[in-house]
Design a protein around this ligand. Sequence first.
Ligand SMILES: O=C(O)CCC(=O)N[C@@H](CCC(=O)O)C(=O)O
Ligand SMILES: [Zn+2]
Length: 336
Amino acid sequence: MLALGKLLELTLAGREPAEKTQLTVEGVRMRWLSEGALEVRPPEARDNGLDLLLSAGIHGNETAPIELLDRLLHDIARGDLKPRARILFLFGNPEAIRKGERFIEQDVNRLFNGRHEQTSGSEALRACELERLAASFFSLPDRDRLHYDLHTAIRGSKIEQFALYPWKEDRQHSRQELARLRAAGMEAVLLQNKPSIVFSSYTYDKLGAESFTLELGKARPFGQNDGVNVSLLETRLKQIIEGTEPELTEEALNGLQLFSVAREIIKHSDSFRLNLPADIENFSELEVGYLLAEDIAQTRWIIEEEGARIIFPNPKVKNGLRAGILIVPTTDENLA
Ligand SMILES: O=C(O)CCC(=O)N[C@@H](CCC(=O)O)C(=O)O
Ligand SMILES: [Zn+2]
């Protein structure tokens, strides 16, 4: 296998490759751009006009998605997977991946869309670099742009695999992309309704890509991901990469549960208290009238929405950040 196929090994060792560019026997060019960043380019005659950004390890302890990208890269480097798409592989936070931690000082996935400029440290620099790499990758005109930012969650979930679809004013969420996600094994999609500071929101909002955060199961250390079944996603990604995706029909959306954000729970101070059991699962339902959280100055978060569910509850986030999302079921009537 070509050495550049071992991007994960290089990243874990903190090493630069001796050769920055390599060609597979199929004429696929692999180019190392920076730590944890590798571009794959098919021969011109095979290029189908899709630019695909695949990122993982934005949180260093979320290893199943990193292992998935590693397998795809190995297959490309061996010539077993023959890309027609141009691809950028990114391992988001190399230092945190090496330590097996979500982050070192700051959550990289709260530093996009300009946030990294308001702070300092290695993770702010990395967020800036990831923006630059993504912007340069998605700078070619007249091409389709798709970004999947792959994650696993801190806790178990009543809905194991789901996507978060960013929001931008005057831009509609795409039915076609939702059908593609359904085919890739996603059981639910959360349609965002305001701007955000996560990576997928940056590529959606600023770079015009169809972008998603994908949650694939519960976060575990390297080698312990048997419980995270990514087979449908892996098959779909291979088809997208090789340009062999079966056509998607309207029915492909069947069974996909849609949610919208009712409220983001923001932790304002050290007095913040979240009234949920430590082992509560994502998508747990909360009854109307339930006192979900309390914070400084008698702030109280009481459930008002019928059918409300909680995802990503986390009272340990830094002040000013999201400590959970309250979501409610929605319909597909506003999709393009
Ligand atoms: O399990 C958790 O609490 C967090 C899992 C995770 O890392 N999720 C992403 C979602 C990003 C988005 O909002 O699109 C995150 O919190 O960064
Ligand atoms: Zn994550």
